[in-house]
Design a protein. Sequence first.
Length: 409
Amino acid sequence: MTTPEHCPVPLGGPRFQTDPAELYREMRRDHGAVAPVVLDGDVPAWLVLGYRELHQVTSDPVLFSRDSDLWNQWDRIPADWPLLPMIGRKQPSILYTVGERHRDRAAVISDALEAIDPFELKGHAERFADELIDELCGRGECDIVGEYAMLLPLRVLARIYGFADEEGPGLVTAMNDMINGREGALAGQQHLGASMYALLAAKSAAPGPDVASRMLANRSGFTLDEVAQDLMVMMAAGHQPTADWIGNSLRLMLTDDRFAASLAGGRHSVGEAMNEVLWEDTPTQNVAGRWTSRDTHLGGRRIAGGDLVLLGLAAANSDPHVRTDAGALTGGNNAFFSFGHGEHRCPFPAQEVAEVIARTGIEVLLDRLPDVDLAVPASALARRPSPWLRGLSALPVTYTPTPALGVTR
């Protein structure tokens, strides 16, 4: 007889869509801080559920490496494995670079992002937010996710990276097609790649005050391919989680009476709602991954060398050992794992860019549509069926129609 303690949990299925928090509680009850899981094709891995254990993994990049070549399962991974875009091999991006070269590469990215003028960034976010709201403000109803949140972040990122504004809508379509993983995914990936190489060629010939130009000027020996790959990683990582941060925060504000003041014209709790989401409903739920460089123990489990270790960010954020009063608002506490931790965390300048875009997007929407309200019962809101990213499929709302501002490009 197989007991729950020895039965791996499939990392997928409808429960990640409906109630992942309860699923993580059950996994912690049955398996402890580190749970055995299986990915598509019954590929084994470990999911770290404990806060302290996740801190241990992310603090030791040598034992828990980002080098996917260490994986002991490559011989059973087919060429059409659906998770290859997420768990790749021999990829030239920063995601799979380790050691000193990773640190140098991360410094190039951080320097390029840190030079962004915060006032200019906010201005771009406000302008694009107003343009998007102009398209829907007169209708009295819309889907905030599909018609606003999923369009805004990449428009802003494209602008600060150096793309012309007219290229923004096409990049948004390509990125969303790629993320959705449906019939347009490959074409979306190709469009994004071709656009990025064209941008780098243009900026090599005529640099500007943008992220791409700064990365080209500070390459530190990195190839053009590496710069292009890193820019694409930054755009993907900056777009979808930020879009879900906007959608999840607005869902919380529309369904939780504790944030009603923001919907009545005040802004003081927008930041509090955004912080609460990073603890309770973080867009990035689970991250692949780390690979053990030798046999070790973690959370009472024996982990073999070459095993895949998945970072359970959402589960760690709700660990009862650190969240003794899970019902209380988190306030200004930002000790969450939502941006990762350690050497491979999301760079701090990238976190700041995401926060400016998300907060500006929420504030502009509440200013322009002050009586926005849910168009369906809260229980009818559906999530995308993914164990990796947690976001709404749609957020239908109603509001009093208002005139467009006629924002000029």
